[in-house]
Design a protein around this ligand. Structure first.
Ligand code: PBG
Length: 330
């Protein structure tokens, strides 16, 4: 008998077939984890977004087909981004009774009542200067902006939103919104904080899609410094104290360490936003034939799940739901 010079472990035994691999898989990705972002505008034709192939600015009256498709694919939630036809210094389109998001939300709820409808609560798409809050001198005013964010969230709730997601990175935005909702009897509308939202170059295509590039300066005085991770824990902790039901890390791919740390540390669901620039990178490379899109996307989304995110906001949601239905392996 030959003497064993190794131990009995042979990890390859559990990799022999697709069925075995599936049995022992540690992380599962399902359409149920996904949230599909939708850009909505008032009128006109459905417009493709150049840097986000496959994603469109949809007029409100063409939402139905999209919403029905999302529902049929088993995706439980959408998040709505409005592209208003007018902007002003106070972002009043964000909290207008018949603003674009308000119209879209009530339409969607009318079409598919059990689809979870989330809204992005921010002013940047609605201000003529493109900042996420109102301006005084050269500053983005925190506390004055809070009132407007709360008003926006309440108007979304009135339209039927199930969950509002403040993304302006103003201090105490979750508290202001929670108070606004409760005062208007929307105790059951949930808040998902964009808690650890970094000042990132990965938002480029989104800003093209939503015409929301700041006209002066940048967002570094309110969004987080990409070099920081302890500060992300502080932001998340504050949001949870203020009543956030779900906390988000954004972007996802360059911040998987932040997702993992947040998952270890906090006992609320963690969301991750696989943002527009992450989508654009994969699309550009796959359109050039340099990578296999399906494999790469599944691998990326699995890495986000593996890091600890239960919810993933992704422009790939519909594609992924189709691939998973077709039983594609990671
Ligand atoms: C609004 C907002 C942005 C994104 C989500 N909400 C843009 C920004 O902060 O500049 C980015 C999403 C993406 O890039 O896909 N503040």
């Amino acid at each position: 008998m030959t003497e064993k010079w190794f131990n009995a472990n042979r990890p390859r035994r559990l990799r022999r077939s697709k069925a075995i691999r599936r049995l022992v898989r540690e992380t599962r990705l399902s359409p149920q984890n996904l949230v599909y972002p939708i850009f909505v505008k008032d009128s006109g034709a459905k417009e493709p977004i150049a840097s986000m192939p496959g994603i469109y600015r949809l007029p409100v009256d063409q939402l139905e087909a999209e919403v029905v498709e999302v529902k049929e694919l088993g995706i439980p939630a959408v998040i709505i981004f409005g592209i208003p036809s007018k902007k002003d210094p106070y972002g009043s389109g964000a909290y207008a009774d018949y603003g674009i998001v308000q119209k879209a939300v009530s339409q969607i709820k009318h079409i598919e009542d059990d689809l979870v409808v989330m809204t992005d609560v921010c002013l940047c798409q609605y201000t003529d200067h493109g900042h996420c809050g109102i301006i005084g001198g050269n500053e983005i005013l925190n506390d004055k902006t809070l009132e407007l964010l709360a008003k926006t969230a309440v108007s979304h709730a009135e339209a039927g939103a199930d969950l509002v997601a403040p993304s302006a990175m103003m201090d105490h935005q979750v508290a202001a919104i929670r108070r606004g909702l409760d005062d208007s009897n929307f105790q059951n509308v949930a808040v998902m904080g964009y808690s650890a939202k970094y000042a990132s170059g990965f938002y480029g295509p989104f800003r093209e899609a939503a015409y929301s590039n700041p006209s002066f300066g940048d967002r570094r005085s309110y969004q987080m410094d990409p070099a920081n991770s302890r500060e992300a824990m502080k932001e998340i902790e504050i949001d949870i104290q203020e009543g956030a039901d779900i906390v988000m890390v954004k972007p996802a791919l360059a911040y998987l360490d932040i997702i993992a740390r947040a998952y270890e540390r906090f006992d609320v669901p963690i969301a991750a936003y696989n943002v527009s620039g992450e989508y654009a990178l994969v699309k550009a490379a796959s359109m050039n034939g340099w990578i296999e899109e399906k494999r790469v996307v599944l691998e990326i989304l699995n890495s986000i799940r593996r890091s600890g995110a239960e919810l993933i906001l992704t422009y790939f949601a519909k594609d992924v739901a189709r691939w998973l239905r077709d039983d594609e392996e990671v």
